[in-house]
Design a protein around this ligand. Structure first.
Ligand SMILES: CC(C)(COP(=O)(O)OP(=O)(O)OC[C@H]1O[C@@H](n2cnc3c(N)ncnc32)[C@H](O)[C@@H]1OP(=O)(O)O)[C@@H](O)C(=O)NCCC(=O)NCCS
Length: 205
């Protein structure tokens, strides 16, 4: 069972009891545009399907769980959800061992009344190191619609680099512009080392 502390709260496993709250939180036009329309017929089905699917996502060939949908709780209240999807490389990446390397793709949704309080930022600032250090990611990815300024600014703010800007062939956003943001393990390590080297200055008295 996953439980990851964030400032003022935690990310934890999705439970059946969360569904009514998430149905309520996700009744926003941007959520419906991103996740519901074209996929399933109702918000409730969407969350039930996710709950079921993540329990069924242990890849027998590599023995790891590949889907996490983690409610973001702040002061005991669910503010939104952070999703993690592990995408193992089926074919070896040259020079690296193959299936023990993978991308971790993140997605997120915050209920309207909890936005602009830094909740998504804190969740991402926690999950990026977690992805590299615990989930052994080679690369962390965030993909959103090109027009989704909030999400793009968020990904930039937490230090991800803009990758491709292209037209989606995926059924969710088919024909629409999507923006990919990424951070690789060497980039993450380089930043961490640079931060560790920042000299500590004492205030003159
Ligand atoms: C994108 C989203 C998750 C942001 O959540 P949030 O908790 O409100 O974001 P935060 O408060 O942590 O904001 C962090 C930074 O992101 C950027 N940001 C967030 N909302 C923004 C907005 N509406 N417009 C412009 N920039 C925005 C800002 O840089 C912000 O930093 P600042 O407040 O210091 O300016 C939220 O708007 C949402 O759930 N949208 C619908 C779902 C979605 O688009 N998901 C992305 C698809 S993967």
């Amino acid at each position: 069972m996953v439980e990851i502390k964030i400032p003022g709260g935690r990310l934890r496993e999705l439970e059946t009891l969360d569904i009514p709250t998430l149905v309520k939180l996700s009744q926003t036009a941007d959520f419906e545009d991103l996740y519901v329309i074209d996929q399933v017929s109702s918000h409730e089905n969407y969350w039930r399907d996710l709950l079921f699917r993540q329990l069924d996502q242990r890849r027998p060939d590599i023995g790891i769980r590949t889907e996490y949908e983690l409610p973001i709780e702040v002061d005991g209240i669910v503010n939104g959800v952070l999703g993690i999807s592990i995408k193992p490389y089926i074919f070896s990446k040259s020079g690296y061992g193959g299936i023990d390397l993978h991308d971790v793709e993140v997605n997120y949704f915050i209920g309207q009344e909890f936005r602009r309080r830094g909740v998504a930022e804190q969740a991402l600032r926690t999950i990026i190191p977690y992805s590299f250090e615990q989930l052994k990611a080679w690369r962390v990815l965030g993909i959103c619609l090109g027009e989704n300024t909030a999400s793009r600014r968020l990904l930039e703010k937490v230090g991800m680099n803009q990758g491709y800007l292209g037209i989606s062939r995926n059924h969710v956003a088919q024909g629409r512009q999507v923006a990919e943001y990424n951070l690789t393990l060497p980039e993450f390590n380089a930043r961490k080392n640079a931060e560790a080297l920042v000299p500590v200055c004492e205030m003159a008295s």
